[in-house]
Design a protein around this ligand. Sequence first.
Ligand code: ATP
Length: 307
Amino acid sequence: MPGAQPPAADLVGVTKRFTDARGNKFPAVDDVSFRIQPGEVVAFLGPNGAGKTTTIDMLLGLTKPDAGKITVFGVEPLAAARTGKVSVVLQTDGLLPELTVEATVRMVGSLHPNADVERAIARAGLTELRNRKVGACSGGEKQRLRFALALLPNPDFMVLDEPTAGMDVTARQEFWAAVRADAQRGMTVMFATHYLEEADRFADRVIMLDHGRILADGSTSDIRAAVAGRTVSAVVSAERAADAVAAVPGARVLETRGERVYFAADDSDALLRALLNSTDATDVEAAPRSLEDAFVAITQHAKEGIR
Ligand SMILES: Nc1ncnc2c1ncn2[C@@H]1O[C@H](COP(=O)(O)OP(=O)(O)OP(=O)(O)O)[C@@H](O)[C@H]1O
C-alpha cells in the first residue's frame, strides 16, 4: 500500500551463531521471523538462554545477524537507533548514585537535541521522586528512571530487556502502569520477560522463544487456546500410566513428580475415564491449564519435535 507505515520491526530469517565453551558454533537465534506493527505491545517470552537478548541486541543494531534481515521502521536498526526512533531500557546499572532523579534526566537530556525533560519525568511517573538521590531509589524506582531516560529521544518504539527483573510485585505494577500509559498513546513496545503473568497482563501479543526458535506467536488467549484443555494428573504406577496413555489417542505422560504422574491429552475426559475405569490410579485430578502449563506444553512439544 503506498504511504502505509512500515512495520516497527521486521525480522526475516534472522540467525545469530555463537561459539560455545567447547569451541562449537551454535545458533543462539535460529531462523527467526516476525513483524511488529506500530502500536503493538509484544512480550518476548522465554527461559534463560532462549535468545531474547541476542534478538534485542540485533534489533537495536548492537550486533549483526549472521543471516537474515532486520529493519526497524523500514530502515537499518542502527539508523533507527541513531535517530531516536527506537530506544531501550536495559537492566544494567550505569546510574550515578549521587545525582538526583531530576539531575540525571537533565544530564542525559542534554545529549538529545529535542529532549523534553519534564515530559519524560512525568511520563515515567517520577514527578514526586525528582529530588531523591538515585542512590536512595528502590530497584523499581531506578528502573522507572531508566525508562524516563529511554523516553528522552521521544521514541516511537521502546524495547525493554527484562525490565522488572528482581522487582517486587508493587514495583512491577508501578513500572508497568507507566509503560502502559505510554503504550496507550501509541508507542510500540517490545519487552523480554521470564514471567508469563507479566506477558499475560501487559502484552497484546506473546512471542515465545526457546533455544533460539519461535515456539508460538499469538495473543495470550490464542496461546492458551492452542493448548486448551486440562492437565490431568494421578497417583499411579508407571506401568498403569503407560496402559492408560496407550488406550487414549493423543495422550502422553508429561512428567512424574514423586508418586504423581502428569499427563497431556487432547481429550482429557477420555483420559480421565481410562485412568478411573481401567487402572488403580488414585487422587485423579484435572486442572484447567494456565499459561504456565501452555508454556511447558509448547516447549515439551518442541523438544519432542527435535528428537
Ligand atoms: N557473546 C556471546 N558469546 C557466546 N555465547 C553467547 C554470547 N551471548 C549469548 N550467548 C549464548 O547465546 C544463548 C542465548 O543467549 P541470550 O542472552 O540471547 O538469551 P536470553 O533469552 O536473553 O537469556 P536470559 O533470559 O538468561 O537473559 C545462550 O546460550 C548464551 O549463553
